[in-house]
Design a protein around this ligand. Structure first.
Ligand code: C2E
Ligand code: CA
Ligand code: CA
Ligand code: CA
Length: 276
C-alpha cells in the first residue's frame, strides 16, 4: 500500500507539472498574440423583431492562432481572466470595436449600436469611464453608437461600486445591457436600483420556448417586468422561425441568434447593413 501511495503521488506531481507547463505555454502564446495582433473581432447582428432592421452588432473575440486556426473565446478568455492578461485583451477589444464602428459610420451605413462585452476586471477598472469617453471623442462617435454588455455575475459583486460605475457610464450616454439575464444569481430585486438600459435574456430560455410552458411563463413575466421598469429587452439564441414567431407576439423588442446569422468577420457582416 505504501508503494502504491508513492506511485500515486509521483503520478499526481507529474500531472501538476504537465498542466503547469501547458499554462505557461498558453501564457506565452497569449502575450505573443497581443503583440502580433492575432486577435480578431467577429460580429453578430441584432435585429428589431418587427421590422427586422439591424439595430446593433455584438463584437465577439476570436484568436486566429498561427497553428490551430480560429479559436473560440471559451478556449482562452477564462485563462486570460485568471492570469490577468484579460486587461490588455479587453483594452484591445474596446478600442478595436470602436474603431470598426467609426469606419462603418464613415462608410455611411444606417445607424446601429456596437455591443462590447466587458469583463468584471474592466468594469471595476478606475479608468473605464475615461477610456470610453476618450474613445468616443477621438473617433467622433455618438454615445448611442456604443453599448456595453455586462453579465449578472459582474454586477452582483459589489453593490455600491456597481451603482457608482453604472451611474457614471449613464452620464456618458452609452447604453448598458445586462447580459445572460436570468442565469446564476437571482437578480430581480437588483433591477430596482441598477441604472441599466437593457436586459439581454440568456439563450437558455429560448432553447425550448415553443414546447416548455414554464420557460414561456418565466419569459413573459420578465418581458412584463422590463416594460414596467422601462428597460429594453433583447433575446439571444434565437435559432428558429418558430422562436421568432413566438417573440413577435410578446413585448420583446430585439433578437440575436443563428436564425439571423452566426458571428461573422468584418467583410461578411457588412452585407447586413443598409446605406443611410
Ligand atoms: P456571450 O456574451 O453570451 O455571447 C454570445 C455567445 O452565444 C457567442 O459565443 C455567440 O456566438 C453565441 N451564439 C449566438 N447566437 C447563438 C445561437 O443562436 N445559438 C447558440 N447556441 N449560440 C449562439 P462566442 O462568440 O463563442 O462567445 C462566448 C462568450 O465569450 C461570450 O458569451 C462572452 O461571455 C465571451 N466573450 C466573447 N467575446 C468577448 C470579449 O471581447 N471580451 C470578453 N470579456 N468576453 C468575450
Ligand atoms: Ca454578450
Ligand atoms: Ca449572453
Ligand atoms: Ca454567456
Amino acid at each position: 500500500a505504501k508503494k502504491q501511495g508513492k506511485n500515486c503521488f509521483q503520478f499526481y506531481t507529474r500531472e501538476i507539472n504537465e498542466s503547469e507547463r501547458i499554462r505557461k505555454k498558453l501564457y506565452k502564446e497569449l502575450k505573443k498574440a497581443l503583440k502580433e495582433n492575432q486577435f480578431v473581432l467577429y460580429f453578430q447582428p441584432q435585429l428589431n423583431i418587427h421590422t427586422l432592421e439591424v439595430t446593433g452588432v455584438e463584437a465577439l473575440i476570436r484568436w486566429d492562432h498561427p497553428e490551430r486556426g480560429i479559436l473560440s473565446p471559451m478556449e482562452f478568455i477564462p485563462f486570460a481572466e485568471e492570469s490577468g492578461l484579460i486587461s490588455a485583451i479587453d483594452e484591445w477589444v474596446l478600442g478595436e470595436a470602436c474603431r470598426q464602428r467609426a469606419d462603418w459610420k464613415k462608410m455611411g451605413f444606417s445607424p446601429f449600436s456596437m455591443s462590447v462585452n466587458l469583463s468584471a476586471r474592466q468594469f471595476y477598472n478606475h479608468s473605464l469611464v475615461d477610456d470610453v469617453q476618450n474613445l468616443l471623442k477621438e473617433l467622433e462617435l455618438a454615445p448611442n453608437d456604443l453599448t456595453l454588455e455586462m453579465t449578472e455575475g459582474t454586477l452582483m459583486t459589489d453593490k455600491e461600486k456597481t451603482i457608482n460605475v453604472l451611474k457614471r457610464l449613464g452620464k456618458t450616454g452609452v447604453s448598458t445591457s445586462l447580459d445572460d439575464f436570468g442565469t446564476g444569481y437571482s437578480s430581480l430585486s437588483y433591477l430596482k436600483f441598477l441604472p441599466i438600459n437593457k436586459l439581454k435574456i440568456d439563450r437558455s430560455f429560448m432553447s425550448d420556448i415553443t414546447e416548455d410552458v414554464r420557460d414561456a411563463a418565466i419569459l413573459e413575466a420578465i418581458f412584463t417586468l422590463a416594460q414596467r421598469l422601462k428597460l429594453d429587452v433583447i433575446v439571444e439564441g434565437v435559432e428558429t422561425m418558430e422562436q421568432l414567431n413566438y417573440l413577435k407576439e410578446t413585448s420583446c423588442g430585439e433578437a440575436q441568434g443563428y436564425f439571423f446569422s452566426r458571428p461573422l468577420p468584418v467583410s461578411e457582416i457588412e452585407g447586413f447593413f443598409k446605406r443611410a
